[in-house]
Design a protein around this ligand. Structure first.
Ligand code: ADP
Ligand code: MG
Length: 684
């Protein structure tokens, strides 16, 4: 037992400082880490594949006989060795070869080779396969051959050898079962062995697609570890000291009295949840989810007023300049009459202005700063930052949120944190991956909004759509036209958008048209968006960079080209740009036909509901949670094995297993095993 505990990388044969350093680069710090360093793919060297059964790009071992070896002069000089077995003939091609090598391939000699067949000039060919000529060949493998993720200078063979040494001793390692997996799942040690050396006959596709029970066993454990890490984070955060806010009804009434509307019930409920938190001595960690247009900004403003009325400072952060400006405008309208002092800080803020803002924040004369990432700068310091509001929170990383929080620390305070998102997070997902946060939901839209009427139209009817735009503009309405990616290419995206703009300008000569896309600078984007907001442009052509949360109430028609290329949540966000005023709004999903069954179903969901939660649930079923979790799981605390688009079905089990573990030692061991040093969750 003692020796087992003491086993370290240095004890493995062939691991010197140089190799150890390479392992570190792979994130491997201990023998146990090696066990969790899983293959990214497998080769089947357990059996011989007849030439007649070769499949393109499926690596195989072939046993054959040399027919001939010839040097050919195509584009490049190469040695082509033709071989055959009972089922067919195939070529091996070598671009680099010696005379001696060439001489080996005498007709009639047995040859065994391994490689990946590709299409050549005459059927399949193997380029530089591994081969052995003659009767002396290495025996077939007993299990599938693992191919590991590696770094330069660390060969597969070396890595395999090191990992095999650990596997051979794994019974002595402290690879304890840390959780009680659901009945029927594979024991941990067996799962690890299976993944490193899948037995003959294992379905490689099942392994690489991740549905194999051995992988699922580990994924479950990893998800549980992340879930528990968040729960632990919650406990830690609650031990920090925040600055409890002395609540003021009067201040709230001062704000509310100015509004031309009353809050919705949902806004009031969430407001109460927030101020209850603000009054506590532990920092608030609250996520407000509310569909686009549900009025999150006001809810934030009410919290901010409480903080300022108590003589403290607040910061509000948005992911883009246009949004920051918009929030600043809203906050100024609401808070300036109350005598509060506000500042805006973005990438566009000039140096002198910036200095003034920094001074004001430090001496406390500025009560609220609204800004973009510019707020993270070290030069931005507060006298007493007690509340940080982060809008569209999924656009920020854990790290960035942590940075904003740290701004309260000089005053010895953990600021209250209010996160806001318009992307609804389905319940199971929220319970699992927002376990560190309290959630509030604004599940009601202000009255008088007419729901967006969504229609599906085939691109073949583009002319009709353009005509309809012409009519809308004569009625003084504004229109968005969204071009979607052809592939993940900004350039193609841009070309398509430019072509579309040109086309629309020709078709609609009396309409003033602007274009906004990802290649513009922040300043240029801002100018185009502002022109649209102020009504100087009737029609805005945009790539999907179109700003989240921008409020242009007069925009009442949106055309989305090729909506089938986007996720439903993203479509819903886009659609949320219209339907913000009282006029009836329309969204035209102009699809390219033919649509797959799947796409048709998805677009019908969009047409049939405006409810962000239903859409998010649907999206999750179809595409996984990538869009929804955003930076949360894709940054420095990404998963090693789990892929939520594949593993969503495990979330209920994660909940169950997670709540069945209560031993802190066990919990820590689990977190350490899967997250280890990457626990930046700690400060988020
Ligand atoms: P989101 O939740 O998408 O951020 P906003 O906060 O931008 O929504 O609100 C959208 C619009 O609704 C704004 O013009 C805002 O002033 C208005 N609004 C907010 N609350 C109410 C309400 N209770 N009644 C009427 N209009 C409201
Ligand atoms: Mg908003």
């Amino acid at each position: 037992m003692d020796t087992a505990v003491a086993l370290s990388l240095k004890d493995l044969k062939g691991v010197g400082p140089a190799i150890a350093e390479k392992l570190t680069r792979l994130g491997v710090h201990s023998p146990i880490d090696l066990l969790f360093h899983l293959p990214r793919s497998y080769q089947d060297r357990t059996r011989i594949t007849p030439i007649g059964q070769l499949r393109q790009q499926v690596a195989a071992v072939v046993q054959a006989e040399v027919v001939q070896a010839k040097i050919t002069f195509g584009k490049r000089r190469s040695l082509v060795v033709t071989v055959r077995d009972d089922s067919g003939v195939v070529n091996l091609r070598m671009f680099h070869f010696s005379r001696g090598q060439q001489a080996q391939f005498t007709p009639g000699k047995p040859i065994r080779f391994f490689g990946e067949p590709r299409r050549g000039p005459q059927g399949f060919e193997f380029v530089h396969p591994e081969y052995q000529v003659g009767n002396q060949v290495a025996p077939l493998e007993q299990s599938l051959t693992p191919i590991y993720p590696t770094v330069d200078g660390l060969t597969q063979a070396k890595l395999r050898d090191i990992i095999d040494q650990v596997l051979a001793r794994s019974a002595h390692l402290e690879l304890d079962e840390l959780l009680a997996p659901p009945p029927g799942s594979m024991p941990l040690l067996q799962a690890v062995h299976t993944l490193h050396h899948p037995p003959v006959g294992t379905d490689i596709a099942q392994l690489t697609e991740g549905s194999h029970p051995a992988l699922q066993r580990l994924v479950l454990e990893e998800l549980v570890a992340h879930h528990l890490a968040l729960k632990a984070l919650r406990v830690r955060t609650q031990q920090h000291q925040s600055s409890p806010i002395a609540l003021s009804d009067q201040a709230d009434q001062g704000l509310m009295a100015q509004l031309p509307f009353s809050p919705t019930n949902a806004q009031s409920r969430v407001h109460t949840e927030i101020i209850d938190d603000l009054a506590l001595t532990r920092p608030m960690m609250r996520l407000v989810q509310g569909d686009v247009g549900s009025g999150k900004t006001l809810v934030a403003a009410r919290a901010i007023v409480q903080v300022i009325a108590d003589g403290k400072q607040a910061a509000m952060m948005a992911p883009t300049e246009i949004l920051a400006e918009q929030h600043f405008a809203a906050m100024s309208t609401w808070l300036s009459p109350l005598g509060y002092s506000l500042a805006l800080l973005t990438g566009r803020t000039g140096a002198a202005e910036r200095r003034a803002v920094n001074d004001g924040l430090l001496d406390g004369s500025i009560d609220l700063v609204v800004g973009t990432h510019a707020l993270f700068q070290d030069s931005v310091q507060f006298k007493q930052l007690c509340l940080a509001v982060i809008d569209e929170q999924h656009r920020f990383g854990v790290e960035q949120r942590a940075k904003l929080r740290e701004k309260g620390l000089p005053a010895g305070i953990y600021p209250h944190l209010l996160l806001m998102t318009a992307t609804p997070i389905p319940r199971t997902l929220a319970m699992t991956f927002y376990a560190d946060l309290d959630c509030s939901i604004i599940d009601e839209l202000p009255p008088g909004r007419s729901p967006v009427n969504t229609v599906l139209i085939d691109q073949a009817r583009r002319d009709e759509v353009v005509e309809r735009i012409g009519v809308a503009v004569t009625e003084n309405r504004q229109v968005y036209w969204v071009c979607t990616l052809i592939e993940e290419s900004e350039t193609l995206d841009l070309e398509a958008a430019e072509a579309t703009t040109e086309y629309l300008r020709q078709q609609l000569p009396h309409v003033s048209i602007g274009l906004v896309h990802g290649k513009l600078t922040a300043q240029q984007k801002f100018e185009v968006m502002t022109a649209f907001k102020e009504g100087e442009l009737d029609l805005l052509v945009a790539t999907t960079v179109i700003e989240v949360g921008v409020d242009v109430p007069n925009a009442s028609l949106m055309v989305i080209e090729n909506p089938e290329r986007l996720g439903l949540s993203q479509l819903h966000q886009l659609r949320g740009r219209v339907g913000r005023g009282a006029i009836a709004s329309h969204c035209v999903l102009m699809y390219g036909s033919p649509l797959s069954q799947d796409s048709k179903h998805r677009l019908q969901v969009m047409r049939d509901t405006n409810d962000g939660f239903i859409i998010a649930e649907e999206d999750l079923k179809l595409r996984g949670s990538g869009d929804i979790l955003g930076a949360r799981q894709t940054g420095e605390v990404g998963f090693k094995l789990a892929d939520l688009s594949r593993d969503m079905h495990l979330l209920n089990a994660v909940q169950q297993v997670g709540s069945s573990i209560s031993d802190p030692v066990q919990i820590n061991a689990l977190i350490h095993r899967w997250i280890g040093n990457r626990v930046r969750y700690a400060q988020s």
